[in-house]
Design a protein. Structure first.
Ligand code: ZN
Length: 395
């Protein structure tokens, strides 16, 4: 039988380099991971920054470019209200394609309505997971869609303030958890999708060559919710460009697996080495996430070559091929709900989580045997797919 060509496309996103080396730090590590209060995120005391993990894009918002990051005008196209439970998060979805009537992406004549509906379904799902008692309306702006099919499937980000140094999760987290919008003139989460790729826009299963829009949008939303490392290859903060600096709660939990050494300390300082970043030996030490992984700290994607936009901001894909926040996705596959590890991680970084959700374990979460079976199945699919070229892309 003729062997099928399996096309692996790795998108290494553009490198944003500030050209400043990490400061040496002699502070000792060894703290236990614990979320910091969200209040530190609630006031943009420093300069406003937009950060997008997939592209590594970090933009300081100023008068000249403020329009790029301003909340999209007009009433939202879809309002996803709070569910019949304690949580009170409402998602306002606005689509620049629709506002412009450009006939592309979310305004596409054939698929636009389905794509918007899928985006709303993602927000609805997230609302079943989050269980905040404060009321908030979160603006999710879908920027003008791309159509060249030449880069990442999609990318998303949220806003941060460059000071004071702290562990936070960005403005969307702050808004959701405190009810106070840190920056009313900006959206909470920005998402851009490249519809030049072959998408499964609907909620049925993707065919072998299709990228599943629900799965990718859930991944992007989750970056916007604060699942991001905020660290450069030298240990500096992506936001404040320093060390100590502004890092995420996820970053705060990063631990060198060998020896179980914390890489950040309680003074918002990276105390590891640059080689740790490419050691393939990093895990997240969150208490709930570790418990959800059968007592083993879940492994973070830290490949031997730094991948801007992928390294440190995702789960290790080989270890967790089924999780939403793995670094790469295969066409023809879907991950439309968080694994138990991911729900636990959202709890670790400071979200209130629905009891129902936190008690619902993903079938293969924390079970090495099942993960192994999953890997075998993936390999079999890769080997056996007939007329489709199964593709992999970073997400
Ligand atoms: Zn990602």
């Amino acid at each position: 039988m003729t062997k099928r060509l399996i096309l692996f496309i790795i998108v290494i996103c553009s490198v944003v380099s500030f050209g400043i080396l990490a400061e040496d730090s002699s502070e000792s590590a060894g703290k236990a991971f614990a979320p910091e209060p969200a209040s530190g995120d609630s006031l943009p005391e420093g300069q406003l920054v937009y950060h997008e993990p997939h592209t590594g894009r970090t933009v300081f918002v100023n008068q000249k470019n403020a329009h790029e990051f301003a909340k999209l005008p007009g009433p939202p196209h879809i309002v996803v209200g709070s569910q019949a439970k304690a949580g009170n998060t409402t998602f306002n979805l606005t689509f620049a394609d629709v506002t412009a009537g450009n006939g592309q992406g979310f305004d596409d004549a054939a698929f636009g309505a389905a794509r918007r509906s899928t985006a709303a379904a993602v927000a609805t799902y997230i609302n079943t997971v989050l269980n905040e008692t404060t009321s908030s309306t979160i603006d999710v702006d879908f920027q003008t869609s791309e159509a060249d099919g030449g880069g990442a499937l999609a990318f998303a980000g949220t806003f941060w303030a460059t000071s004071p140094n702290r562990y936070g999760n960005g403005f969307a987290f702050s808004h959701i958890t405190t009810g106070t919008d840190p920056s009313g003139s900006n959206s909470d989460i920005q998402v851009t999708v490249d519809f030049g790729h072959n998408w499964n826009s609907e909620l049925d299963a993707p065919s072998g060559g299709e990228w599943d829009l629900f799965s990718v949008l859930l991944h992007e939303f989750t970056h916007g919710l604060g699942f991001v490392a905020l660290v450069e290859s030298n240990g500096n903060s992506s936001v404040s460009n320093g060390n100590p600096g502004v890092f995420s709660h996820l970053t705060d939990g990063f631990t060198r697996i060998t020896g179980s050494v914390d890489l950040w300390n309680s003074s918002f300082t990276f105390v590891g080495t640059a080689s740790d970043m490419i050691s393939n030996d990093i895990a997240f030490s969150g208490t709930n996430a570790t418990a959800a992984n059968s007592g083993v700290m879940p492994k973070i994607y830290a490949p031997s070559s730094w991948e801007e936009g992928s390294s440190m901001s995702h789960w290790d894909t080989q270890t967790f091929p089924d999780l939403v926040m793995k670094h790469a996705v295969n066409s023809g596959t879907q991950a439309r709900s968080y694994g138990a590890i991911e729900i636990a991680t959202l709890k670790d970084i400071g979200y209130s989580i629905s009891d129902l959700q936190s008690a619902t374990a993903e079938p293969d979460a924390g079970m090495p045997l099942n993960r192994a079976v999953g890997l075998v199945i993936t390999v079999v699919i890769l080997a056996c797919l007939g007329s489709y070229a199964l593709r992999t892309r970073v997400v």
